[in-house]
Ligand binder design. Structure first.
Ligand code: IPD
Ligand code: CA
Ligand code: CA
Length: 271
């Protein structure tokens, strides 16, 4: 049975908030912490419980839809397959959460035939819910938001992040930070890619770049930025693909200057 975009958006918002409340309830409880591929890549009982909640709800409401969840609770879908695919990061900002820093979010993206259809990023501590639906714009707690209009890097606050293998490789984003910090008003490391993108969408941040991201980090946030009038590309200024991991998201005015700042890194690592 066909479902309307509106119905999918409302449902995505509802389950993101449910998962967010679960994370809040568990925030001060004792954590079970495991590591994944590297010692800095954590997964907790809260990540798994939030993903299980999201997956159970989606399977009950939309049994024919596919799911790609970070913690792999069920069989994993691909971002390029036909039909509806729910792309879930049940807890984006796990290191923050583990240290009881408040910057963490639930990220729920829905793709239709490989293209973002709906995106929700919910920050439980602030009770801020960012929602986007293709062609319908981006909202923050129901109010339309837009990317900033700051025209230069000098007036901009940017964010970036670092992958969990940063201590194992020279492709660690460190030299980019050295270049950008000299050019901008401010540089932030939130610790949550979905929040970085949500904040670009509402103009709190002017731009964001990062590499080695996974589809669940960005599936919802990319739509938030695009629907708010922003630009999202890879480091070569070409359209961003969910599986490629390198992202530049910004207001349209500082996008080219950001790409220029990344050129030495692109050359150094033959990206
Ligand atoms: C991480 C966060 C972080 C980013 C990392 C991601 P997780 O996701 O989004 O900001 O720098 O690349 O892996 O592990 O907290 O879900
Ligand atoms: Ca993540
Ligand atoms: Ca996560």
């Amino acid at each position: 049975m066909p479902h309307t975009q509106e119905e999918i958006l409302l449902f995505a918002e509802d389950i993101a908030k449910q998962a967010g409340r679960l994370l809040l309830d568990k925030l001060r409880a004792e954590r079970t912490i495991d590591t994944k591929d590297t010692v800095t890549d954590l997964v907790t009982d809260a990540d798994r419980a939030a993903e299980a909640l999201l997956v159970d709800e989606i399977e009950r409401r939309f049994p024919s839809h596919s799911i790609l969840g970070e913690e792999g609770t069920r069989a994993q879908a691909s971002t390029t397959q036909d039909g509806y695919v729910w792309v879930l990061d049940p807890l984006d900002g796990t290191v923050n959460y583990t240290h009881q820093l408040p910057m963490f979010a639930v990220s729920v993206g829905v793709l239709l035939n490989g293209a973002p259809l709906v995106g929700v990023v919910y920050l439980p501590v602030l009770d801020e819910c960012f929602c986007a639906s293709r062609g319908q714009g981006t909202t923050l707690n129901g109010q339309r938001v837009h990317v900033s209009t700051r025209p230069t890097l000098r007036q901009s606050v940017l964010a970036t992040g670092f992958s969990y293998d940063k201590h194992l490789t020279h492709q660690d984003n460190v030299s980019n930070v050295g270049r950008f910090i000299k050019e901008v008003r401010g540089l932030r490391r939130m610790g949550s890619a979905s929040i970085d993108l949500a904040y670009v969408s509402c103009g709190r941040l002017d731009g964001y770049w990062e590499e080695k991201l996974k589809p669940w980090d960005v599936a919802a946030g990319v739509l938030l930025v695009e629907e708010a009038g922003g630009v999202v590309t890879n480091y070569h200024n070409r359209p961003f693909e969910l599986d490629e991991g390198r992202i530049v998201a910004s207001n349209p005015l500082i996008h080219s200057p950001m790409i220029d700042q990344l050129k030495p890194y692109v050359q150094e690592h033959a990206l």
